[in-house]
Ligand binder design. Structure first.
Ligand code: HEC
Ligand code: HEC
Ligand code: HEC
Ligand code: HEC
Length: 230
């Protein structure tokens, strides 16, 4: 009886020691931690926030080997679009006909990867938040019911001709509504080979690449004069 009393006394003392020590340890941590006041935080610009959406994968993109046999090119990219800027057709069969895209489409299109079933790499969607995919993306159900017309297609801007100088960052030749998330189209194995970026790790794309929304006048031959004014 006496022994049990002593044992429980010591257990009690030991437990209270642990509790007190934990408390003081945690309050010690609190002093070192200055909580961020939300009103101090740097405001984000909603239209530019999208640039960073896939930034966490940037280093993986950088190290990823490319599978030359299953690449997309700008030609195959535009073959699948009625005109420049149009939502691409769904080029594969769709298993669940009446379904929002959340489960049935994003399992492949959110992060991409090789789909053995279609023998291709999956293009990553730049707009995973638009869940109802088939509101805009339709399957091509017929190859014969429609006839060609003289509907003029909007021409897409060319890649590879947008640098002001050799090796200066090319201007973004396209509008960026619904294209805020640059890495989704410009990096990874499904990116068309002509526009696959050599530097996916520089995540703040718009730091160097500016929009083509200003009309610029041709200034003729551009020459740089070095140290001639002295
Ligand atoms: C098993 C994975 C998988 C699922 C599920 C899937 N896709 Fe795809 N999707 C692919 C692959 C792979 C490609 C590329 C095929 C090609 O280029 O021939 C593709 C291509 C596309 C494209 C053309 C993209 C482009 O740039 O031309 C669209 C649009 C698309 N899918 C929409 C959808 C929609 C909508 C759903 C849901 C109903 C869906 N996909 C479900 C794997 C998938
Ligand atoms: C409001 C209409 C709309 C909805 C909803 C929508 N998309 Fe799109 N999608 C577009 C348009 C328009 C483009 C072409 C963008 C462009 O060329 O600038 C596009 C492009 C794409 C591409 C091609 C990206 C590339 O490599 O060029 C994929 C893949 C895609 N969408 C998948 C999806 C999936 C998956 C969903 C559902 C989760 C979805 N989309 C929902 C309109 C939509
Ligand atoms: C829907 C897919 C898509 C998204 C998202 C996208 N781009 Fe593009 N980008 C393209 C395509 C396709 C081209 C080739 C020209 C064209 O067809 O519009 C291109 C061309 C470019 C070029 C010119 C490359 C050259 O060699 O001349 C630059 C620079 C560029 N994009 C930067 C960006 C930046 C920065 C973002 C993010 C703000 C972005 N892109 C988002 C598809 C995309
Ligand atoms: C620090 C500046 C800087 C940043 C940040 C940057 N780029 Fe570039 N980018 C350049 C320069 C410089 C070139 C021209 C490279 C050359 O001609 O060798 C270039 C070229 C490109 C090209 C043409 C193809 C190529 O790779 O040469 C594309 C597409 C492109 N950048 C997209 C992007 C995207 C998408 C991002 C964000 C992930 C990005 N860039 C971030 C400076 C930058």
């Amino acid at each position: 009886m006496k022994r049990a009393g002593i044992l429980s006394l010591f257990t009690l003392l030991f437990l209270s020691f642990i509790v007190v020590w934990n408390r003081s340890y945690e309050s010690g941590l609190e002093d070192a931690y200055i909580p961020l006041d939300a009103s101090d935080a740097v405001p984000s610009i909603p239209s530019e926030e999208g640039v960073f959406k896939r930034a966490e994968f940037a280093l993986e993109y950088d190290k990823m080997p490319y599978d030359e046999n299953h690449q997309r090119s700008l030609d195959t990219y535009y073959e699948n679009r009625a005109y420049y800027g149009a939502p691409p057709y769904i080029p594969h069969e769709v298993t669940e006909e009446r379904n929002m895209g959340g489960n049935s489409c994003l399992k492949c299109h959110e992060n991409g990867g090789y789909a053995a079933k279609f023998k291709m790499y999956t293009p990553v969607t730049p707009h995973p938040e638009m869940i109802n995919c088939r509101q805009c993306h339709v399957s091509q159900l017929t190859a014969s019911a429609f006839k060609g017309t003289n509907f003029p297609k909007n021409k897409a801007p060319k890649a590879g001709e947008n640098n002001a100088l050799v090796s200066s960052p090319p201007i973004i030749p396209h509008q960026i509504q619904m294209r805020e998330n640059c890495l989704s189209c410009h990096a990874g194995p499904a990116a068309p080979k002509e526009i696959r970026v050599t530097h996916p790790e520089r995540v703040n794309c718009r730091q160097c690449h500016v929009l083509n929304n200003k009309k610029t006048a041709d200034i003729g031959n551009f020459k740089k004069y070095l140290n001639e004014t002295k």
